[in-house]
Design a protein around this ligand. Structure first.
Ligand SMILES: Nc1ncnc2c1ncn2[C@@H]1O[C@H](COP(=O)(O)OP(=O)(O)OP(=O)(O)O)[C@@H](O)[C@H]1O
Ligand SMILES: [Mg+2]
Length: 754
């Protein structure tokens, strides 16, 4: 196998290892989990293959082979197509010595490889991967909370790295990355109001500016910078403490006293369960100010207010709520989390499906943590301590992926601290019905329900159908609304014609327009689906996401689009794109993926789970500030992500080899038209004639039901849950045996569905 091949294969390999099978998840003893944490957890799509298929008309097959590309049935990948030639060139390029270096560099940088590097048993089994080494980066990542070991760092004693990073971002944004051109971005201009009239345009602009300034593309992310900034922060804080500047400390003390007084009042309000919820839902008025300051949110949507004031919510009953994508579900959960942290003085766990969303939430909530005095702790990838550090005064908000959340709950049960967890919030609750990851989530919730009667559980999603079953499992109340603040239009593209999805029409769609774009014969071969025509209607002034079925296809489509795009696109925010390339190179020892090298100058990049976390952060920052205007991506960007997208294009109605589910479709198109970012959103699903019937069913049928994944894998799933409970010493074998019988009879959760 050549080196280039090994690079791609390595990523696929890492990825496959990262997808925990039911067996591996359940078989692992809890003690081991506690020591090492879980494996990486991004959702998997079919991996990027080294050699892609070059047949013209291939139907999806049952066995998913990571070597294959879903787009075998597309001309773009036919034997003599340009992309096939590029593919071959790419193979040759992979074999060049300098590229080999790149692949090796990548191998050591990939965060997905972290756990594998630490667990050497898997390294030895796969040829080239034995070269992976434990470098500085690895050590730093795994020991990221070591600040507590430094005696002189008293002031930072308990500060999680996420909050140190937040300081770093503040510092950076206040220095050299201010760029007025970012403000010219159309989506932030006042002419693009959202459909929601409650939305304060000025404050959104203000928030946009804050966001933009705090997330400028890093011009020079040299490795030492973070270190020195941390040192700088420590010495500044220590310096302040020593100098005891009277004005500063007095003002600060006054502010803190005021806040703690407000919190005391809030505590009493919440305890008294009176109807008067004080200035801001039982929270100090400072929280409301922070929402205006950091997020530009001045007023809650009506549904948010209704939901927060439900009697059942005030009584701390478990709750499931469901609203369309971009409906503003997060804010309700955040307010409930803040009530728990500040007023009830309990820790909170928030579970999210992907590392990328965990990191997005970490950066969004760190500022609240700093201002309001609680810790925000990351449990994703290689981050997170087991058992979590016991805090002296302040409470912790753990933000975790599904797998890390499970390990955290195990460790809290084992150390007798589960009752410290006042609230568990599960975002994208529909994930509970999805394979082995769903089973882990289900197990986590079952353990909490079983071991801590005082822990409240809240789940939310835009794509739930059989809610009653879930309600039964979680013993939860339910709230729902159809509110979506920004209009989202759905379209289908068949050949040259665009149809609008229309439930009232006989076959579910009405003709909208013909695509107006002149293609030469060569262009037609390169881009048979007119992707370039569709994206150029939007970019560079607005942003566009193109969902692709596989990782390799993401890269191919990005390259293909840039082959065709006019050179004019190179001029758009040229300097910042150049800086982005430099930052990406710095983040991976001077090398850059050849595809990104080619596409970034056009404002285009791919986004999938094969990116390192540094690459992903840099690319996301550039995309959210408009430096990049087009992401070709996989389903890892499909749920919960709040990135700008005027238009979302679905490259084909498939995820890997599977035909798209209604839930997946809804989540993907829901990335378009996000409140506070865009005033309007649209989705276009590209389909071939052969898929038309299935797509027409897809757009009209109800959302899929969630099914218990533990019950699906009955013997393995339930038994292992029980074994795990024995391991955690929460149950005795005899009692468990009895319960197992009950479960089998269906007495426990009553229905197999939920
Ligand atoms: N009351 C509000 N006023 C203005 N903007 C709001 C309000 N509530 C939420 N938003 C904004 O709306 C956007 C979408 O909110 P959020 O991410 O919570 O959506 P969601 O319901 O979780 O969607 P999804 O199901 O796609 O994850 C965010 O940018 C958020 O800041
Ligand atoms: Mg969400």
């Amino acid at each position: 196998m050549d080196e280039g091949g090994s690079c791609i294969r390595r990523r696929v390999f890492v990825h496959k290892r990262n997808r925990p099978s039911l067996e591996s998840v359940f078989a692992a003893p809890t003690a081991a989990e506690l020591k090492s944490g879980d494996e990486e957890e991004e959702e998997d799509e079919i991996g990027a293959g080294n050699r892609r298929r070059k047949t013209v008309d291939v139907q999806p097959v049952e066995n998913i082979d990571s070597e294959e590309d879903m787009f075998g049935d597309n001309d773009s990948f036919a034997e003599n197509s340009l992309l096939a030639q590029i593919d071959d060139l790419e193979q040759k390029y992979m074999q060049l010595p300098e590229h080999r270096k790149h692949t090796t560099d990548h191998a050591t940088e990939d965060p997905c490889a972290e756990s594998i590097k630490r667990k050497t048993l898997s390294i030895t089994t796969v040829g080239n991967f034995t070269e992976l080494k434990l470098d500085e980066h690895t050590k730093n990542q795994s020991g990221h909370e070591d600040v507590s070991l430094e005696p002189e760092a008293d002031l930072l004693y308990d500060v999680p790295s996420s909050q140190v990073l937040f300081f770093e971002n503040l510092h950076k944004s206040s220095n050299d990355f201010r760029d007025p051109s970012a403000k010219e971005r159309d989506w932030s201009s006042s002419s693009h109001k959202t459909a929601n009239e409650e939305l304060p345009t000025n404050s959104i602009d203000q928030a946009q500016q804050i966001d933009e300034s705090s997330s400028k593309v890093r011009a020079s992310s040299d490795v030492n910078r973070r270190k020195s900034l941390k040192d700088h922060l420590k010495s500044t804080m220590t310096g302040n403490a020593k100098a005891q500047t009277p004005i500063f400390s007095r003002t600060k003390q006054l502010k803190e006293a005021l806040l703690s007084e407000e919190i005391n009042v809030a505590k009493k309000t919440i305890e008294s369960s009176s109807d008067d919820l004080g200035p801001f839902y039982s929270l100090p008025s400072k929280v409301r100010d922070l929402y205006v300051q950091f997020k530009g949110i001045e007023k809650l949507y009506e549904w948010q207010h209704t939901c927060l004031t439900l009697t059942s919510v005030q009584e701390r009953k478990n709750l499931i709520y469901s609203l369309p994508t971009s409906g503003g579900k997060t804010l309700v959960a955040e307010i409930l989390m803040l009530q728990e942290l500040l007023c009830r003085r309990k820790d909170v766990l928030m579970i999210l499906p992907y590392v990328a969303i965990v990191q997005e939430k970490i950066s969004g909530l760190s500022s609240f943590g700093i201002e309001l005095g609680f810790f925000v702790e990351e449990y994703a990838g290689s981050k997170g301590k087991f058992p979590p550090i016991k805090r002296r005064e302040k409470k912790s908000l753990y933000i975790a992926t599904i797998e890390k959340g499970h390990s955290l709950v195990n460790s809290l049960i084992e150390t007798g601290r589960i009752s410290n967890l006042g609230l568990v919030v599960v975002d994208e609750l529909h994930m509970i019905g999805e394979g082995s990851r769903g089973a882990i989530l289900e197990m986590t919730l079952a353990k909490i329900l079983y071991t801590s009667k005082t822990t409240q559980i809240i789940g939310m999603s835009a794509t739930l159908n059989n809610v009653e079953d879930l309600q039964e499992f979680l013993q939860a109340e339910y709230y729902t609304s159809e509110f979506r603040p920004v209009e989202l239009k759905e379209y289908l593209k068949i050949n040259d014609a665009i149809y609008e999805v229309d439930n009232k029409a006989e076959n579910g769609m009405t003709f909208s327009r013909l695509l107006n774009y002149k293609y030469s014969d060569t262009l037609k071969k390169m881009d048979p689906d007119h992707l370039v025509a569709l994206v150029t209607e939007v970019i560079p002034n607005y942003s566009c996401l193109v969902f692709c079925p596989t990782k390799k296809n993401c890269e191919n489509v990005a390259e293909m689009i840039c082959k065709i795009l006019s050179k004019e696109y190179l001029k758009h925010r040229e300097k910042e794109k150049h800086e982005l390339i430099k930052s990406l190179k710095n983040s991976s020892s001077g090398s850059l993926c050849p595809v990104l090298k080619h596409t970034i100058p056009f404002g285009v990049a791919y986004h999938h789970s094969g990116l390192t976390s540094d690459e992903r952060k840099l690319l996301e920052e550039a995309y959210s500030t408009g430096v990049l205007c087009l992401f070709t991506c996989t389903s890892t960007l499909a749920a919960g992500v709040n990135l700008p997208a005027r238009r979302v294009i679905l490259r084909a109605p498939y995820v890997a080899k599977e035909f798209l589910k209604r839930n997946q479709y809804k989540q993907m198109i829901g990335r378009a038209g996000r409140a506070g970012i865009d005033s309007f959103g649209e989705s276009i699903l590209i389909l071939q004639e052969k898929d038309k019937q299935q797509v027409l069913e897809l757009i009209s049928r109800p959302l899929e039901n969630c099914y218990s994944q533990l019950v699906q894998e009955f013997t393995k799933g339930i038994q292992t849950l029980f074994l795990s409970l024995i391991g955690l010493k929460v149950e005795k074998r005899k009692h468990i045996n009895y319960q197992h019988e009950e479960w089998k009879k269906g007495h426990h959760w009553r229905s197999q569905r939920y």
